[in-house]
Design a protein around this ligand. Structure first.
Ligand SMILES: Nc1ncnc2c1ncn2[C@@H]1O[C@H](COP(=O)(O)OP(=O)(O)OP(=O)(O)O)[C@@H](O)[C@H]1O
Length: 305
């Protein structure tokens, strides 16, 4: 049972604050680290892996600081985001080299075990440069697992994978979590995290925005005020019917777009009552599109919630 503690951690690069006073605790099982691009996920993962020192606060493994702690490195495996690998090596050579760096007694056997875990034995003697993105990801994974770590950190592991590879990796991570390992993966895609992790940590612009059960946080995200662009057969009549209904926060007639800009109070309510109101007033709906669905806006809502 291994727990990573992130205690009032900040990290800055020059005058860029990448991580700002974050406190969280990552225990056994699978945890999703969710946040838009540039939120600070990689910086956090690099500090958990012992690649980067925090500028303030401490990152610990079962209470002991990770930075410059050789013992902690033996417990941690990391699958970094970057693509570059030693492409001229075969996967087997690459994984064996990592086993040797860890000083394992039998690097060959350890590499074989790790390559079998990720089902890469069939291609282990081919050079990495001939691999697909998913195969490269699995080679990186084998290298991260070669010393049988109790913590596995993965930075955007699903990037560029096709659906089949994605499912395969998800199964593998689930199995590792069920096995009692502490598995943390980062992603900027909500659905990806939803499929794999019950527990999530959300970071936005370097700050810790939310923590806990995925469903609860998802509800927070979907219950936030939503903005829509709506086109109909009679925008004015629809606007007045919506105002009379009383559950719409704001409506604007957009002359140039020839549409209504509507701010709804909640997502589920609006999508239920809009078609009803239109039907009751004999108005036809031509288009209903969310106008603030960027992840950035969803996450920003969480930060101010
Ligand atoms: N070595 C560095 N030097 C300068 N700025 C950096 C460095 N590493 C990260 N940053 C900055 O810190 C912020 C957080 O970056 P980070 O890579 O941790 O975010 P991220 O959530 O992993 O994003 P992405 O999903 O795009 O990789 C960004 O503004 C980034 O430009």
């Amino acid at each position: 049972m291994t727990t990573i503690g992130i205690n009032a951690v900040s990290r800055w690069f020059g005058n860029v604050v990448a991580v700002n006073d974050v406190t969280m605790s990552i225990g056994p099982g699978v945890t999703g680290l969710l946040g838009p691009n540039g939120a600070g996920k990689s910086t956090l993962i690099n500090m958990m892996a012992g690649f980067l020192a925090p500028s303030g606060g401490s990152v610990t493994l079962d209470g002991t600081p990770i930075w410059r702690n050789e013992q902690a490195y033996r417990e941690i495996g990391i699958v970094p985001e970057r693509e570059s690998m030693y492409d001229f090596l075969t996967a087997r050579e690459f994984v064996v080299a990592n086993a040797e760096l860890h000083g394992l007694a039998d690097p060959g056997a350890a590499a074989q075990r790790a390559l079998a875990t990720v089902e890469m034995e069939y291609a282990q003697d081919r050079r990495i440069e001939t691999y697909s993105k998913g195969m490269r990801q699995r080679a990186k994974m084998a290298s991260a697992l070669v010393h049988d770590p109790s913590v596995l950190l993965l930075d955007e592991p699903f990037n560029g994978m096709d659906p089949r590879q994605r499912l395969h990796l998800m199964d593998l991570l689930r199995a590792m979590g069920a096995d009692g390992r502490t598995v943390l993966f980062s992603s900027h895609i909500l659905e990806e995290v939803e499929q794999l992790a019950h527990h999530i940590e959300v970071v936005v612009a370097g700050r810790h925005a939310a923590s806990g059960d995925f469903r609860k946080i998802r509800r927070l995200m979907t219950d936030r005020p939503h903005r829509y662009l709506v086109r109909s057969s009679d925008d004015r009549a629809l606007a007045s019917a919506l105002i009379a209904h009383g559950s719409t926060a704001a409506i604007e007639l957009d002359g140039t777009e020839r549409a209504l800009r509507i701010q709804a109070v909640d997502f589920a309510g609006f999508t239920a009552y809009l078609p009803r109101i239109a039907r009751d007033h004999g108005i036809r709906l031509y288009a209903v599109s969310p106008s603030d669905e960027s992840l950035e806006s969803v996450f920003s809502y969480l930060v101010t919630a």
